[in-house]
Design a protein around this ligand. Structure first.
Ligand SMILES: Cc1cc2nc3c(=O)[nH]c(=O)nc-3n(C[C@H](O)[C@H](O)[C@H](O)COP(=O)(O)OP(=O)(O)OC[C@H]3O[C@@H](n4cnc5c(N)ncnc54)[C@H](O)[C@@H]3O)c2cc1C
Length: 416
């Protein structure tokens, strides 16, 4: 069913009784040309591009729960491409350009809002680092603007510019960055993939692989064995678990990351703001709540809820730039399990077992990657060769030493 003003009006006249279900709740078939494990944003986008770009429609997405309840529906919705290293810059800029046309392509309102991302800086050294990053961004095709204190003050007069410890000296602005309604991305891709013939199978947990002579031939699931010669793993925080089932290891740790939402207030924050002297990022949802997050909880975990000490740390960072939020009430918080790679950059590559492909290691930042990750993972699965924008995201870079250490913090996943 096409969504339009006309279909809305027509369905209003018939009291909304004739809307068709957005997607078919499929049952597993015995065999598929390709299987994608994980019905998050990446898995659903992969299935959509497999069908649309590569003509593979005999595809199943296997999701252990309901689609959209993993990290895709738990993140802080920020999209941007303000990367320093060329391997990341090109990839994330491609993703950002895909977001710009995604709603039209999917015929689904995912609320893409290019409201700008502002990274505050608080010292001379940080200004120099941001100037360098801005130049690198421009070289990879992204927009970047270095703002002095006056300009930032004009845009966001409510910030605390004279904080004794962290005075705001300016900011790096990416105007085309912003936010996208996170769970709508899962629904939009699912609906479009289902329309192209993809089976989206919910409540179907993969529990093992069928492997013969070193080649994967299918998966064992809670709904029986399903055969396929091409199997993509796209399960975010559960990547290591799936790798273990396949008999190999990944350079990934699972960590807990929290997000927070306050009660609704009148429009206050016009864009996305990040604090430069601690880990705090905030935007305001269309409903009015301030949506923010910060650091990982700091220990390995599969729990989807976090500790109060991280909450305290995050809001303290928030208070350093916006003291007035001290009076706002926190409404909700939740956690997600993020797949932290050793260099902070992702992996889109073949697994050591033939027939298995891996899309993992997205750390804090895989939501904004969703369209590009889906496209390049589909390319890899369909053609058995990497997409040009994701060539650097190999698994063996950790063995060869060609790591993509965006933050320059070494092989310590909880620092990325
Ligand atoms: C609190 C938080 C804030 C974040 N903020 C941002 C942000 O602002 N911007 C940004 O770019 N990124 C952000 N991220 C990261 C981003 O959300 C993730 O990198 C991205 O969503 C991961 O890809 P996904 O959507 O496919 O993951 P998921 O939605 O987690 O999908 C993986 C799916 O695999 C399923 N699965 C797992 N095991 C199995 C199995 N055995 N069988 C079948 N299915 C299985 C899971 O149920 C899940 O639905 C944030 C993450 C969190 C947790």
């Amino acid at each position: 069913m096409k969504y339009s003003l006309f279909s809305l009006a027509a369905n209003t006249l018939t009291k909304h009784k004739n809307w068709k279900p957005a997607l078919v709740d499929a049952h597993p078939k015995a065999k598929y040309d390709a299987i994608v494990i994980g019905g998050g944003g990446h898995g659903l986008a992969t299935a959509y591009y497999l069908a649309r770009e590569f003509g593979l429609t005999n595809v199943a997405v296997l999701e252990k729960g309901a689609i959209g309840l993993g990290n895709v529906g738990r993140n802080t919705t920020i999209v941007r491409s303000n990367y320093l290293l060329p391997q990341n810059g090109v990839f994330y800029q491609h993703a950002l350009s895909q977001w710009e046309t995604l709603e039209k392509e999917l015929n689904y309102n995912v609320m893409v809002s290019q409201r700008g991302v502002v990274n505050l800086f608080h010292s001379d050294a940080q200004r120099d680092a941001f100037a360098r990053r801005g130049n690198a961004m421009r070289l990879s095709g992204a927009d970047a603007e270095l703002l002095g204190r006056d300009k930032v003050q004009k845009m966001m007069p409510f910030l605390d510019f004279d904080n004794a410890r962290f005075p705001i000296m300016g900011a790096l602005l990416q105007k085309t960055g912003g936010t996208v309604r996170h769970d709508a991305v899962a629904w939009g891709y699912a609906r479009a993939a289902s329309e192209l013939g993809v089976d989206i199978i919910q409540n179907c947990e993969v529990t093992g692989f069928e492997i013969s002579n070193g080649r994967a031939t299918g998966v064992q699931t809670t709904r029986g064995t399903i055969l396929s010669e091409k199997i993509g793993i796209s399960v975010a925080g559960n990547s290591s678990m799936l790798a273990q089932m396949g008999g190999f290891r990944l350079p990934i740790e699972s960590h807990l990351l929290q997000a927070f939402v306050t009660e609704a207030v009148k429009p206050l924050i016009p864009n996305v703001i990040t604090f430069g002297a601690g880990h705090f990022y905030v935007s305001q949802s269309d409903k009015g709540g301030l949506v923010f997050g910060g650091d990982l909880d700091g220990y390995n975990s599969y729990a989807q809820r976090g500790g109060i000490y991280t909450l305290r740390d995050v809001v303290e960072s928030g208070m350093a730039i916006m003291p007035m939020i001290g009076r706002i009430k926190l409404l909700r918080s939740w956690g997600g399990t993020v797949d932290m790679s050793m260099d902070g950059s992702p992996i889109i590559d073949r697994a050591p077992v033939e027939g298995i492909f891996v899309n993992a290691g997205w750390c804090y930042g895989g939501f904004k990657a969703t369209p590009a990750a889906g496209l390049s993972f589909a390319h890899l699965i369909a053609r058995d060769e990497p997409h040009k924008i994701a060539k650097a995201y190999t698994l063996n870079r950790f063995a060869s030493g060609h790591i993509i250490d965006e933050k320059g913090q070494g092989a310590q996943p909880n620092l990325h």
